[in-house]
Ligand binder design. Structure first.
Ligand code: NIG
Ligand code: FE
Length: 422
């Protein structure tokens, strides 16, 4: 006897997000075409994959349907630059800075990054994990499903490994997809202040091999700047990291242009970050090597610096991403949509560019492949729903754009009732 026709389980989706305004970020061409905003569009997922994007009429039957007329869907947002693992806070330091003291002067006398290093080393393993996990959840509340995250507040073999293990744990616990970066060259630790050459040797000869051996990092970073590491030191660290198979990125041109951008380009790195000060030659080198410019509005705002001009990167053909730079010294924020809004106001990015800057371009900068930062059939079931009829509202409202639903690998990890007011 013939059994009645029924859809096989493969044809039945798990979740259907119906009739929303969807920005797939998977188009081609100019930023508007790439953003690819589709009215009354539906997205279906099965397991950890997107299985359908299109009009509701063609959508598969799903076990659960969300009626989303009047809401927007974006791919899960990607934060391409965070310092997620640290303990302590530096509100006293901000208070001093707002009264006129200089960031680099405070750092030079043992405050700044070094004070966070002390607090981070003192925290127990559990406390450090819980603080990091809480920040991962804070990012997620704003629609972020993947982030780049750095060590750099441990600054010793033991504590750098510990920070990177915390990041692996956040990723493995399914809190957030984490691309981990080894930033042993963030500052000279207090115990090596009188022997910086020895510290750079340790980073290159001891810590980096141990990090690589344990498979704890995807990339290597260095803070190459006035008051931080020199270009020669940066070259040693990044070249060694690359030899260990790590992707390359750098904090470059936050205060002074030491040539780090050209170095990242020479090493075919993923991104150069900050870029408040960068030469035309540096921008051209980035364009030639396909290095993404990661702009960090939280840092330039807190340091009261002039923002980089987006038009320089746009005209040269350099892709632009935007990060929170979540850190206790210069950017204590998890609000990635606010960063997009500030990049539009301060740096002159278009709204479309800014949304690509926290999705596809950010995924590229962070080294996530496989369709991360886009909504497309076969790509990861990572998406964020916002209670606004227009996805561009993320960069229109000045902060506070919390997602009403976040899907990470097909699992609902945020479900909130709060509507946006725009
Ligand atoms: O990205 N520039 C260097 N690192 C951080 C700040 C670190 C800190 O002050 O704790 C940044 O701005
Ligand atoms: Fe940073």
């Amino acid at each position: 006897m013939m059994r009645p026709m029924s859809k096989s389980s493969a044809e039945i989706a798990d979740l259907l997000f119906a009739d929303a305004c969807v920005a797939t970020c998977a188009g081609e061409g100019d930023p508007l075409a790439r953003l690819d905003v589709r009215a009354r569009c539906s997205v279906a997922t099965a397991g950890d994959r997107v299985v359908y994007v299109g009009p509701r009429e063609g959508a598969p039957t799903a076990r659960r349907t969300f009626e989303l007329a009047g809401a927007s869907i974006l791919p899960g947002l990607v934060d391409p630059h965070t310092h997620l693992v640290f303990a302590g806070n530096r509100v006293d330091e901000l208070s001093r800075r707002m009264r006129g003291e200089d960031y680099r002067a405070i750092a030079a006398e043992g405050g700044g990054i070094a004070s966070t290093v002390r607090a981070t080393r003192e925290a127990s393993d559990d406390a450090l994990f819980e603080l990091t996990a809480a920040r991962a959840r804070a990012l997620r509340a704003f629609g972020v499903t993947a982030c780049e995250a750095k060590s750099g507040y441990g600054l010793s073999l033991e504590h750098e490994l510990r920070s990177l293990r915390v990041l692996r744990r956040v990723d493995e616990a399914g809190l957030l997809r984490v691309s981990a970066t080894f930033l042993g060259a963030h500052a000279i630790p207090p115990e090596r202040r009188d022997d910086r050459a020895r510290y750079v040797d340790e980073v290159v000869e001891e810590v980096l091999p141990a990090v690589a051996e344990e498979g704890l990092a995807d990339a290597v970073d260095v803070y190459c700047d006035d008051g931080a590491f020199t270009l020669a030191e940066a070259r040693r660290v990044l070249t060694a990291g690359k030899a260990h198979g790590l992707a390359v990125r750098a904090h470059a041109g936050q205060f002074a242009d030491l040539g780090a951008v050209e170095l990242v380009a020479e090493l075919a790195g993923l991104s150069a970050d900050h870029l408040e000060v960068v030469s035309d030659a540096g921008v051209a080198a980035m364009a030639a090597a396909g290095v993404v410019a990661v702009l960090l509005p939280g840092a330039w705002r807190t340091l009261r610096q002039e923002a980089p001009r987006a038009e320089r990167f746009r005209e040269a053909g350099v892709a632009m991403a935007i990060g929170t730079d979540l850190n206790p010294g210069t950017s204590p924020t998890a609000d990635l949509p606010l960063m997009a809004a500030l990049a539009v106001r301060d740096a002159g990015m278009t709204i479309e560019e800014s949304l690509l800057g926290i999705t596809t371009a950010a995924a590229r900068a962070a080294g996530f492949g496989g369709g991360a930062g886009t909504l497309r059939v076969g790509g990861p079931a990572d998406l964020a729903v916002f209670a606004t009829p227009d996805p561009r509202s993320l960069a229109y409202g000045l902060g506070g754009a919390r997602a009403s639903l976040v899907l990470l690998g097909g699992r609902i990890v945020v479900e909130a009732a709060e509507p946006l007011i725009w």
